[in-house]
Design a protein around this ligand. Structure first.
Ligand code: SF4
Ligand code: SF4
Length: 297
């Protein structure tokens, strides 16, 4: 298991009951995702927007969209059956911060209804600097940012576009803006004492060699964990059209090795769905469809 020596009390407190942050915790504690955020503000070339956001989830899965009220009902229903559920996250089906009204309303309602739940959020980072105050005020302790490049020369091949203040940016301009916003967001989160996990999608031939730089840079800037996720090619995505190949377990192992991140690597990520329920690796989402949790509450 991961050693927690040398960490402050407050960090240990934040880590020990979160199944994604603690390899030990993931055997005992469950997390759930609620899918309340449909829109996205960028277009990653690995994503087909018919499915859940691939920053935290596997392709080909379409979660049932919930309102903030339905999501809260679901949290209560799941919590009453799976009592070791300690974390509620919003990870899609689009980018949570491209849907700030739904996302924060949901967290607010959950905070009131189930005050012991840890709150968690994942984002591509574009809108992050605008929302750090709200994130802090709502007591969201954990934020995951997906960072696939720390050099716009690399990033320009990963994003088709970024939408920003009513404009559509492409190419290196898009990659540069996204990176700036991600770094600014990280800086503000660190100041606010919020734990950061960085997810990076490993894209063979594109950012595999660059992965060591990403890892070093985000850890230098205060990310607590780095999670290198293998690219899975989504049907209908740009990368499929470009004929790119998925990342293999040996690609991930090599990138992890080169990253030098040691015990700050997350190695047990399961690339969950935007409506995942249960222990990591155990998918109970089908037990808690809208239809079913309504009957339960
Ligand atoms: Fe798709 Fe998520 Fe990328 Fe948006 S941020 S394009 S939903 S993978
Ligand atoms: Fe945890 Fe990975 Fe699942 Fe997110 S996708 S909830 S980080 S295991």
């Amino acid at each position: 298991g991961r050693s927690v020596e040398g960490l402050s009390e407050s960090i240990i407190e934040k880590v020990k009951r979160h199944p994604c942050y603690s390899e030990e915790a993931h055997h005992f504690f469950a997390r759930m995702h609620v899918a309340v955020a449909p829109a996205c503000n960028i277009q990653c070339k690995y994503c087909n927007r018919k499915y859940d956001c691939m920053n935290e989830s596997r392709p080909g899965v379409t979660s049932e969209l919930l309102t903030p009220e339905e999501a809260t009902q679901k949290v209560l229903a799941v919590g009453s059956v799976i009592r070791n559920t300690t974390v509620v996250g919003i990870a899609g089906p689009g980018d949570p911060l491209a849907n700030p009204r739904q996302t924060f309303r949901t967290f607010e309602l959950i905070r009131q209804a189930a005050p012991d739940m840890k709150l968690c959020l994942s984002t591509n980072g574009l809108a992050l600097p605008d929302h750090v105050d709200t994130i802090r005020e709502l007591g969201i302790d954990h934020v995951t940012i997906t960072i696939n490049a720390v050099d716009p020369e690399v990033g320009q091949h990963i994003y088709r576009y970024v939408t920003w203040q009513g404009k559509l940016l492409t190419g290196i301009e898009a990659a540069r803006l996204l990176l700036e916003r991600q770094m600014e967001g990280m800086r503000e989160l660190v100041k606010a004492g919020i734990l950061i996990k960085v997810n990076s999608v490993l894209i063979p031939g594109l950012n595999d060699v660059h992965m060591a730089d990403i890892s070093a840079e985000v850890r230098k800037r205060g990310a607590f964990l780095h999670n290198i996720m293998p690219l899975i090619i989504a049907d209908g995505s740009d990368f499929q059209k470009e004929g790119r190949r998925a990342a293999l377990p040996e690609d991930v192992a090599a990138a992890q090795e080169r990253s030098g991140a040691g015990d700050r690597l997350m190695r047990h990520c399961r690339q969950c769905r935007a409506d995942a329920v249960g222990l990591l690796g155990e998918d109970l989402s089908g037990e808690f469809t809208k239809e079913k949790f309504r009957q339960m509450s």
